[in-house]
Design a protein around this ligand. Structure first.
Ligand code: PEP
Ligand code: MG
Length: 293
């Protein structure tokens, strides 16, 4: 349904395909062929524009009703996403094979969620390589390999950003989770998850660090998560040099309207001003005044 909406709104590439949604609406794990059927549809519809597929990001706020996670005190910090996948080759291997098969149909990129250490990144790349080698042996020809990037959504990846970028083809900035883990607030708990955090100087300094590192490394970064679709936050992102935004198709009109009214040099000056401020309240006020002109 999002692909139909994207077509109507003239949006080409899929900025973030959350593979877990397909898993969450089912009653059992889809096998390799069932996954391939879905991924290949996405690639056939938008493969020439490109689509970024995220590896299965289940657990925490994205449970599967047919999978027994065991009891965990802190599911958001627990055995989830790639942490689970790396220990379950029976789930990871068919997932990677289905993605690699669909990657032959167009411009696919693969992004790895919840990465917190270089060891995880290296291990997942190794598993992807193994899946490709076995598919190549079956098919008797070389596969087209998709670029591999990471979600920046855990603070350790920001601290070690240069090392992560050196081993990634691109990055997607997961603002929802980066805020959750940076401030130790549960993104699903309304009592603590207020809307101040995207304007917090600690968060904006983290974004600045990522943007500068990506420019120096020559690696593209796309901003994903709620912040990318918040017209009030867009001038901050642009001013920080983060000009690739992945948004829900339904937000396209409001984000386009906001983009049409902005000038890059003024956004950069706004960022220079807000980075001298020390609280989220001050930054939000300054940004609102800028947007309301
Ligand atoms: C994010 O964390 O910002 C993100 C894009 O992924 P999700 O909201 O699906 O966790
Ligand atoms: Mg996330």
């Amino acid at each position: 349904s999002d692909l139909n909406l994207m077509g109507r709104l003239g949006i080409g590439p899929v900025g973030l395909y959350r593979s877990e949604f397909f898993f969450m609406v089912r009653n059992s794990f889809p096998d390799e062929d069932a996954q391939y059927r879905v991924y290949s549809q996405v690639m056939e519809r938008c493969g020439t524009h490109g689509a970024t597929f995220r590896l299965l990001d289940v657990g925490g706020d994205k449970p599967l009703k047919y999978f027994d996670w065991g009891r965990e005190e802190n599911p958001s910090l627990g055995w989830r996403s790639i942490r689970m996948l790396l220990q379950r080759p029976d789930i990871l291997t068919p997932h990677l094979r289905a993605l690699l098969r669909a990657a032959q149909l167009g411009e696919m990129r693969i992004v790895l969620p919840m990465i917190s250490t270089l060891a995880e990144l290296r291990e997942l790349k190794e598993r992807l390589h193994e899946a490709a080698v076995s598919l190549e042996a079956e098919r008797g020809r070389k596969l087209r390999m998709p670029p591999v990037g990471i979600m920046i959504e855990i603070p350790s990846t920001v601290i070690q950003i240069d090392a992560f970028l050196a081993e990634s083809d691109f990055a997607c900035l997961g603002t929802n989770d980066l805020i959750q883990y940076l401030f130790a607030i549960d993104r699903g708990n309304e009592r603590v998850a207020d809307s101040h955090h995207p304007y917090h100087p600690a968060f904006l300094q983290a974004l600045q660090r990522i943007s500068e590192a990506a420019r120096a490394a020559g690696k593209p970064v796309t901003v994903c998560g709620e912040m990318a679709a918040d017209p009030a936050a867009v001038p901050l992102l642009l001013g920080l040099g983060l000009t690739s935004l992945s948004i829900a198709p339904a937000a396209a009109d409001s984000v386009r309207e906001s983009l049409a009214s902005l000038e890059l040099p003024a956004c950069r000056q706004l960022v220079e001003r807000v980075l001298t401020l020390s609280t989220a309240d001050e930054i939000r006020r300054e940004t609102r005044a800028f947007v309301e002109g």
